[in-house]
Design a protein around this ligand. Structure first.
Ligand code: NAD
Length: 463
């Protein structure tokens, strides 16, 4: 029996030798023999089985071409598991770059609620917008010293009036059940106090880098969070970023051979001597703990190793009002037990430059720029026959803050140790202090030898 005959029998409720397949139905509707959705045709069929012509034809529009409308919605797989993405139909050929899975954000009532403390540059430009891209996290409270700023930002991000706090009211976060975690985005010298008070208020703590001004403060923060059974993570966004993760894999799999040296630089010309970044009590130091820290932390992450010795040199331009309390620039060397030597530079006095290069015995890996919020670039080089082949790796940017915040939320939801816990921040602080000591004493300073790989990190983040 032809498909058209089976279809007419189907509408007349006559037994046929087979069902009308979806393909046949689409072919028929495509030829203008039926209009509307499957549902509407079946309703027409139920009501008027005798008027086949009007059901399959067009009683309202007896003449003229029938518009060819899609007969069904595009197919989609909708899993009931909230963590699994909805799968849409493929549009692109297999030869084309395929789409990433659709995002699968948690329902709003299941996300971790954050209070963000400090409404300065980083919070307003990066962190609050990043919550819009986050899938497991939401901002539910704000803490600021400025009532006007609080009011304006709360309105922008839909925060309730009663969830806006002054610094004096910070401890009242304890009573806000919507707040599970506190994100501390204050000057470095305030991180320890606000972490300790936040943990005592029963909240998990995500703290901006550098962790604190001294190793003793870092240890006190770890102890306070442990005592309160709260999680502590340092916001090292680079360790949650895809370019750097690929570099780490290339290095650890020795894709370009054994690493010999790493050259790293992170600096920018900073102004305004009145800013807290130039005050020792609030900043802890100058360019080294602020931007130089990225060189230390990223090199440790890429190698998975800890330096056993450092040598440092510090210089500040004489009579420059910016550098009366903190240093302008630092150059330092880190020696690793594997034999890798890392040569690093940081400054508040030179033009913006943020990059590193891994020199291995069969090739090199270059990240330039390496440390901005977006636009990172990864290049590699190795010999191909008689030529050196340089490759630019095209990797899409991700919102580094959203990825990092969601990792912490996942740790809270699944009761896991963060990949960059307080111990990771403490280790960086010990290295910073050793570099300053070396510069002061004019000699290399040894650090405790750490045999274990990734000794201070938690389990690797999921994708
Ligand atoms: P900022 O000066 O723009 O903001 C700091 C906020 O703290 C302001 O809202 C300020 O009003 C408030 N504050 C409260 N008490 C203060 C006091 N006594 N003195 C000065 N300010 C006070 O600074 P920022 O650039 O947003 O940096 C905040 C933190 O974030 C720092 O620890 C910094 O190292 C870190 N940070 C991290 C990144 C990153 O990429 N992860 C980038 C920038 C800054």
């Amino acid at each position: 029996m032809k498909p058209i005959d089976r279809f007419v029998n189907f509408l007349l409720d006559k037994p046929s030798d087979g069902r009308v397949s979806r393909q046949e139905f689409l072919e028929l509707t495509g030829r203008g023999l039926a209009v509307g959705t499957v549902g509407s045709v079946l309703i027409a069929c139920d009501k008027k089985p005798e008027s086949t012509a009007s059901a399959v034809g067009t009683t309202d529009t007896p003449s003229g071409p029938v518009p060819k409308l899609p007969a069904t919605s595009p197919p989609a797989t909708v899993p009931s598991d909230p963590a699994k993405p909805i799968e849409l139909e493929q549009i692109k050929a297999k030869t084309e770059q395929q789409e990433a899975p659709t995002p699968s954000p948690l329902p709003a009532d299941q996300r971790v609620g954050y209070a963000v403390v400090g409404l300065g540059h980083l919070t307003l430009n990066q962190i609050l917008p990043a919550f819009g891209a986050a899938k497991k996290s939401k901002v539910v409270a704000l803490v600021s010293g400025s009532p006007e700023k609080l009011q304006k930002v709360a309105a922008q991000y839909g925060i309730k009036k009663e969830s806006c706090y002054s610094y004096a009211d910070y401890d009242k976060l304890r009573d806000n059940k919507e707040v599970q975690a506190i994100y501390i985005v204050l000057p470095n010298g305030m991180h320890a106090e606000y972490t300790i008070r936040g943990a005592q208020a029963g909240k998990h703590i995500l703290c901006e880098k550098p962790m604190a001004n001294t190793a003793a403060e870092c240890q006190a923060m770890i102890d306070a969070c442990q005592k309160a059974s709260r999680k502590l993570m340092i916001a090292y966004r680079i360790q949650y970023e895809p370019h750097h993760k690929i570099v780490r894999e290339m290095v650890q799999k020795e894709q370009f051979g054994k690493v010999k040296s790493i050259l790293a630089n992170n600096g920018q010309n900073s102004d305004n001597p009145d800013h807290w970044r130039f005050k020792k009590a609030l900043a802890g130091g100058g360019s080294l703990p602020d931007v130089g820290l990225y060189c230390i932390n990223t090199i440790r992450y890429v190698l998975g190793e800890e330096p056993s010795e450092v040598t440092g040199y510090v210089h500040s331009t004489p009579n420059d009002p910016r550098f009366t309390e903190v240093e302008e620039q630092v150059n330092w060397l880190m020696k690793f037990p594997s034999g890798v030597q890392a040569c690093c530079a940081t400054s508040y006095g030179h033009h913006d430059d943020k990059n590193y290069k891994v020199l291995a015995d069969k090739g090199w890996i270059k990240m330039d720029p390496a440390f901005p919020y977006k636009g990172l670039k990864l290049a590699t080089s190795q010999a191909q026959g008689k030529q050196n082949q340089e490759t630019q790796h095209e990797i899409s940017d991700q919102d580094q803050f959203a990825t990092e915040i969601d990792h912490f939320s996942e740790c809270i939801l699944d009761n896991k140790t963060p990949f960059t816990p307080g111990e990771e921040g403490l280790q960086d602080q010990k290295i910073i202090e050793a570099i300053y000591q070396s510069a002061r004493e004019g000699r290399p300073v040894k650090l405790a030898v750490v045999e274990k790989k990734d000794a201070f990190r938690g389990p690797e983040p999921t994708a």
